[in-house]
Design a binder for this molecule. Structure first.
Ligand SMILES: [Zn+2]
Length: 165
């Protein structure tokens, strides 16, 4: 028997970030707090990238999926800006999923303002220069791997972002 919290976590592992399909909000490290008050579930999440306009979708998807649990009658999703998300909150499972879909997970041990490099998600060749820092979304960059001749996307490293509200 799963506890109610575990059931909620299982659901959150199925809800994707629309910006990064195939990686769940749980594996992205976006879930900050889960509170269960009887049949009322309150979930607090940390937005990943300030530039990603996907929060409304995420909120709707999380609510919809949580309400599928028979015992939940109400669910609210709040986003907190008090805590800062960083790319090192992505779980190992999440990194694996990213790689599987041709997106290099952000580098570890990144120093803010410093140079960064990632390994090619296809052939694991270390890659050091950015082909184009303007990726399809604010979260990602497009890179090119000279070893296997594949373009790939990389998540930009984020240690903290400044949010004023
Ligand atoms: Zn490669």
């Amino acid at each position: 028997m799963l506890s109610r919290e575990q059931e909620i976590v299982a659901v959150l592992k199925r809800v994707d970030d629309p910006e990064l399909p195939s990686v769940s909000v749980w594996d992205l490290g976006m879930v900050y707090q889960i509170q269960v008050h009887g049949s009322y579930v309150e979930i607090t999440m940390v937005p990943t990238f300030a530039g990603c306009p996907a929060l409304d979708f995420i909120e709707l998807n999380v609510k919809k999926e949580i309400l599928e649990l028979g015992w939940v009658t109400m669910c609210t999703v709040n986003f907190t800006f008090k805590v800062k998300w960083s790319t090192d909150k992505i779980t190992n499972e999440g990194k694996k999923e990213l790689r599987k879909h041709g997106v290099a997970p952000p580098p570890e041990n990144f120093v803010p303002g410093g140079e960064w490099s990632v390994n090619c998600p296809y052939c694991d060749s270390p890659f050091t220069s950015l082909e184009n820092i303007f990726g399809p979304t604010a979260c990602r960059s497009i890179l090119y791997c000279p070893s296997c001749k594949n373009p790939f996307e990389a998540m930009k490293p984020v240690i903290e972002h400044s949010v004023t509200n």
